[in-house]
Design a binder for this molecule. Structure first.
Ligand code: SF4
Length: 250
């Protein structure tokens, strides 16, 4: 694909990314509506980033609030201090209660407790402090990446959500906000001819080249196309918004 084609693909992806109705249709706004006022729910946000792992995102972002209710029933406050004192077994039992809050209760309970401990030791028990001191975008991604159980994919997602949806300020520009290694993003980038292998590093690099002021802006449209049209089997090219320009490298 030559440079002009790549720019055309980039521009079409950015156009898809601006489609608010697509965001609503895919439930993205619904998921984030759960958080609402970020200042009142910073721990819910951090836990949502952890829950958002191999389960539907609406379920993932609802989970911290359901967990809060289950903890309160047991007389446990939904706070980093209280949760850090719980055992993984105790928290896993609460996650498993029907309807289960996650398909991997053991791993997620460990991640939640480790996150609570890190908030206590590193951020003075205040999860808002993870982002409130205006770090650079890159520093903010690294802060999320440093939590046990949060990898690059969810760390970069957390930064995009904070700056795009919750207007959290970062120092400098958004050039340090990358795309994620989500499998939908990788598959769509590959079929569009932007990368030759579904590798996270290649996706990050090409997004930086194509949209240097904000590489992460290419994440949502590629993810949405992967969810709605460019499925791993039987992609629906005729109705895909990139159908007329995509080389369809299946
Ligand atoms: S045109 Fe087809 S192959 Fe290309 S991104 Fe759309 S669904 Fe995928």
């Amino acid at each position: 694909m030559n440079a002009v084609d790549r720019v055309t693909v980039r521009d079409r992806l950015l156009e898809v990314g601006r489609d608010q109705s697509l965001r609503r249709e895919l439930g993205w706004e619904t998921a984030l509506d759960f958080i609402g006022d970020l200042g009142s729910h910073p721990l819910h946000f951090l836990f949502g980033v952890i829950f958002d792992y191999q389960i539907p995102y609406e379920k993932a972002w609802r989970a911290p609030f359901v967990l809060e209710g289950r903890l309160v029933e047991r007389g446990i406050k939904f706070s980093a201090e209280s949760i850090a004192k719980m055992s993984e077994e105790e928290l896993a039992e609460i996650l498993k209660r029907k309807p289960a809050l996650h398909r991997f209760p053991g791993k997620v309970s460990k991640a939640l407790i480790e996150a609570a401990k890190r908030v206590n030791t590193k951020y003075n028990s205040d999860p808002l402090s993870i982002w409130s001191d205006k770090p650079t975008a890159k520093q903010l991604e690294e802060r999320f990446d440093d939590f046990w159980g949060i990898g690059q994919k969810n760390a970069s997602m957390a930064v995009r959500l904070l700056v795009e949806w919750f207007n959290v300020e970062v120092s400098g520009d958004w050039s340090g906000i990358d795309v994620s290694g989500d499998r939908n993003v990788l598959r769509v980038f590959k079929r569009l001819g932007l990368i030759d292998k579904e590798e996270v590093g290649k996706a990050i690099q090409v997004a930086r080249e194509l949209n240097p002021s904000y590489p992460g802006a290419l994440d949502f449209p590629a993810w949405a196309i992967g969810i709605k049209w460019c499925k791993s089997k039987n992609p629906e090219c005729p109705s895909c918004p990139l159908g007329d320009i995509c080389p369809k490298l299946l």
